[in-house]
Design a binder for this molecule. Structure first.
Ligand SMILES: *[C@@H]1O[C@H](CO)[C@@H](O)[C@H](O)[C@H]1NC(C)=O
Ligand SMILES: *[C@@H]1O[C@H](CO)[C@@H](O)[C@H](O)[C@H]1NC(C)=O
Ligand SMILES: *[C@@H]1O[C@H](CO)[C@@H](O)[C@H](O)[C@H]1NC(C)=O
Ligand SMILES: *[C@@H]1O[C@H](CO)[C@@H](O)[C@H](O)[C@H]1NC(C)=O
Ligand SMILES: *[C@@H]1O[C@H](CO)[C@@H](O)[C@H](O)[C@H]1NC(C)=O
Ligand SMILES: [Zn+2]
Length: 308
């Protein structure tokens, strides 16, 4: 009898201690596997081409193949369903939303979008640029047109096309985000879903022809961490006010009923991967420095002349 009891308590403990992945902050409060342990449960998370990454701007390479991206269906009005999946909330997207151009090898169709955030307006983006993390990051997930669903696309090293937009705190509120925030308020608990009517992606995402971007090969940033993602991370940021940011994350709860905060994976090693950029950013950075250098030289030599 006692042996059966202890066996079942061991099994229960095993069930509680493993099998559940979670974010860093959660792993301190709940028995679950934080990001550094994901690879124990999901071997792909220990791969060499993982996401997110820190983008080092002095090391990015300009790739002339990275021409303008083309967004189709961003002006279309549709109804989207938002659902709390326990670790984040996804907004469904219709297949009429497409992504092509921009050096991509195929046309991709949209599946869903979601957000990653931190807490109290602190760092919450997944990718970072020169070590700088932003308070929030939007991910729009697409799969190659020819695939039926995400699970099939994950079997292809370029099967998924993901877009990443950073948010930056602005003094004025971004009115276009209010409906997203309101919709998130209706899906507080895991499994809750709600309809957001008459939505357009163009309401939150700028036109493609105004955007420049980084490109690299990576993975899903949640288990199973499949290395099937062509990442496009935009240079341009989207605005959000401090108040909006606060209401964004205060509304949702994890599976564990704790506040859904700190939903981002730490940056992963590059392991020799190159990050490409669609613009020759160097010219813009070097030019002011050259002017400064000439001014300094002019001052130095000018002064020497005066003193002689
Ligand atoms: C650009 O595309 C061409 C043709 O596909 C390829 O040979 C070349 O390596 C690409 N350039 C870069 C920088 O990836
Ligand atoms: C969105 O949902 C509303 C209410 O269910 C419906 O009347 C409308 O036709 C739907 N819009 C689209 C584009 O499907
Ligand atoms: C995805 O599509 C494949 C091929 O069409 C199908 O066999 C599979 O059952 C689908 N998976 C899901 C989760 O819908
Ligand atoms: C994954 O790709 C391999 C090789 O192309 C193929 O044999 C296999 O059926 C694919 N699996 C799925 C689930 O699509
Ligand atoms: C949300 O989920 C909770 C917990 O499962 C449930 O009790 C509640 O009824 C759901 N609310 C809605 C509006 O579906
Ligand atoms: Zn994401």
């Amino acid at each position: 009898m006692t042996s059966i009891l202890s066996l079942s308590s061991v099994l229960l403990a095993l069930k509680l201690c493993s099998g559940e992945w979670c974010y860093e902050g959660q792993s301190r409060e709940t028995k679950c596997e934080g990001p550094s342990e994901w690879k124990n449960l999901f071997p792909k998370c220990g791969g060499l081409n993982q996401s997110p990454i820190n983008i080092i701007t002095s090391k990015v390479e300009h790739d002339p193949n990275l021409t303008g991206l083309i967004f189709d269906g961003h002006e279309d009005v549709f109804n989207t369903t938002v659902e709390n999946h326990g670790q984040s909330a996804h907004f469904t997207l219709p297949q009429s939303v497409r992504l092509r151009g921009g050096g991509l090898s195929a046309t991709y169709k949209a599946v869903q979008f979601h957000l990653h955030w931190g807490q109290d307006g602190g760092q919450g983006s997944e990718h970072s640029v020169d070590g700088k993390r932003y308070p929030m990051e939007l991910h729009i997930v697409h799969i190659k047109e020819k695939y039926n669903n995400l699970s099939v696309a994950l079997n292809d090293s370029t099967g998924v096309g993901a877009l990443g937009f950073f948010f930056e705190v602005s003094s004025e509120k971004n009115k276009k985000l209010d409906r997203i925030i309101e919709a998130l308020g209706k899906v507080r608990h895991e499994g809750n879903s709600s309809e957001l009517e008459d939505f357009r992606l163009a309401d939150i995402v700028p036109q493609a022809n105004t955007l420049s971007y980084y490109r690299y090969s990576g993975s899903l940033t949640t288990p199973d961490c499949d290395q099937s993602v062509v990442w496009t991370v935009f240079h341009q940021t989207l605005p959000i006010s401090k108040n909006q940011l606060t209401s964004m994350y205060k509304q949702l709860l994890f599976r564990t009923e704790k506040p859904m905060i700190g939903i981002f994976r730490p940056v992963q090693k590059l392991n020799g991967r190159v990050v490409y950029t669609s613009v020759k950013s160097h010219i813009l950075c070097v030019l002011p420095n050259l002017i400064t250098l000439f001014l300094c030289l002019f001052c130095v030599f000018g002064q020497q002349k005066c003193f002689h």
